[in-house]
Design a protein around this ligand. Structure first.
Ligand SMILES: Cc1cc2nc3c(=O)[nH]c(=O)nc-3n(C[C@H](O)[C@H](O)[C@H](O)COP(=O)(O)OP(=O)(O)OC[C@H]3O[C@@H](n4cnc5c(N)ncnc54)[C@H](O)[C@@H]3O)c2cc1C
Length: 390
């Protein structure tokens, strides 16, 4: 096992750092205050070739792997955006990129991947539903066969970056549960235009990740064309797992970047700030130990994430690794950011310290894109061999 970075990886990390630092922390604070999509940095990321790191060279990507993408995301997120920036990698190279490159048709790949990689097209994914939540197999959005394709009806909740997206990867039933042999049977994936008759959306006000809107989405007799099906009809669940598990790798990378950023801000402050005499507050173990503990956990999660990404790249199984990495990363990053705020005292609560933004944003990842409890359920069942609890 060799942990040395290749020359190419080192160069990519340097590029990512340069792109991110050109924007920096204040860019994100201002956008967060305005609730504005970070279009300029995303364009710069795409122009630098960083959106397509893990997508095929033939269609404008770099043809590298998920591990390379994780390295890029960690670095970019560390420069100011925190884990929120990783969400744009979820919506684009994962929801769009992985779905199209692994399960789309040749036509879709040729037409859509170059546009996605260049930043000309944004994507989103509509999986979660108000009445299904974590129980994704209970989605009820239904695409009924018609003469010209399918007619889609249903509702989705919490869908990220819909107003910015041209396409949405929609998870829908194409067979009624009673006609399906097992729970995973009868689900299909479609890549539909967001601007289409019958598809409407409305924004949901929320605590953090304010640069990326989350929306309710309504499908009322939305026409879906035959060439919008991704993967085999009724067998979308298997394809969806590739999207969800790589989404976890990207989430963990984002949390690693956010944690690194918070650590840097806290350590810089703690080494300068003196309250009682000449010793900086960083010398108090009551402050440094919790930070050191969370930092260690985050580093372990990072390594687990590398294993997940590397397994994906070499065609191995990576579900357990990506789940365990995400579980620990979300807890460790949140604790680290929380402790960084504590270290800064009142300053940690001020907008100018940037930590309150990272703190609001990091809270999301303890239950999304998948909750801690659902990850523990998976690990207990699949890694420990315990009976299913629900
Ligand atoms: C800001 C934001 C952005 C999002 N973006 C997207 C997106 O782009 N696309 C998309 O499809 N979805 C998106 N989501 C949805 C997200 O994936 C879900 O919120 C998440 O999966 C949890 O589902 P839920 O909110 O319905 O919680 P629920 O499923 O209702 O769960 C509520 C609580 O019960 C616990 N629980 C549920 N079942 C069990 C069980 N069997 N055992 C133990 N505990 C259990 C959960 O862990 C959780 O703590 C987003 C959510 C948010 C908040």
């Amino acid at each position: 096992m060799d942990f040395t970075l290749s020359e190419e990886q080192t160069l990519m990390i340097e590029t990512a750092r340069k792109v991110g630092e050109d924007f920096g922390l204040d860019y994100w604070r201002e956008l967060d205050e305005k609730g504005e999509f970070p279009a300029a940095i995303w364009k710069a990321i795409c122009d630098a070739g960083l959106c397509g790191v893990a997508l095929p060279e033939k269609h404008g990507g770099s043809g590298l792997g998920m591990l390379d993408l994780a390295l890029v995301i960690e670095t970019l997120c560390e420069t100011g955006g925190g884990a929120t920036l990783a969400q744009i990698f979820m919506t684009n190279p994962i929801f769009g990129g992985v779905a199209i490159s692994k399960h789309g048709t040749d036509k879709m790949r040729a037409e859509l991947l170059p546009r996605l990689i260049s930043g000309d097209m944004n994507c989103s994914m509509g999986l979660t539903e108000p009445n299904a939540g974590s129980n994704s197999l209970m989605v009820t959005s239904f695409a009924a066969k018609s003469d010209s394709g399918w007619v889609l009806n249903g509702r989705k909740i919490w869908i990220t970056a819909v107003p910015q997206a041209e396409k949405m990867l929609v998870v829908a039933r194409t067979k009624k549960p009673e006609d399906s042999k097992k729970r995973t049977d009868g689900m299909s994936l479609f890549l539909v235009d967001v601007e289409r008759e019958g598809l409407t959306h409305s924004s949901i006000p929320k605590v953090g990740t304010r640069t990326l809107p989350a929306s309710m989405v309504y499908f009322d007799d939305v026409m879906v064309m035959p060439d919008e099906l991704i993967g085999p009809l009724h067998e979308g669940w298997r394809c969806l797992l590739d999207v969800l598990n790589t989404e976890r790798i990207v989430t963990t990378a984002g949390l690693v970047g956010a944690g690194r950023l918070a650590k840097r801000l806290a350590v810089d402050y703690a080494c300068e700030r003196k309250v009682f005499g000449d010793r900086p507050i960083g010398s108090y173990q009551g402050l440094s130990f919790p930070l050191a503990q969370a930092w260690s956990e985050l580093q372990c999660a990072r390594l687990m994430n590398y294993q997940a990404a590397s397994n994906f790249d070499t065609g191995g199984s990576y579900g357990s690794e990506s789940n365990m990495g995400k579980l620990i990363a979300s807890q460790a990053a949140y604790r680290l950011i929380e402790q960084a705020m504590q270290i800064m005292g009142g300053m940690g609560y001020a907008k100018e310290s940037h930590l309150e933004r990272l703190w609001r944003d990091a809270r999301l990842f303890r239950f999304a894109p998948v909750s801690e409890e659902m990850l523990l359920n998976f690990i207990a069942q699949h890694d420990l061999g315990m009976p299913r609890s629900y």
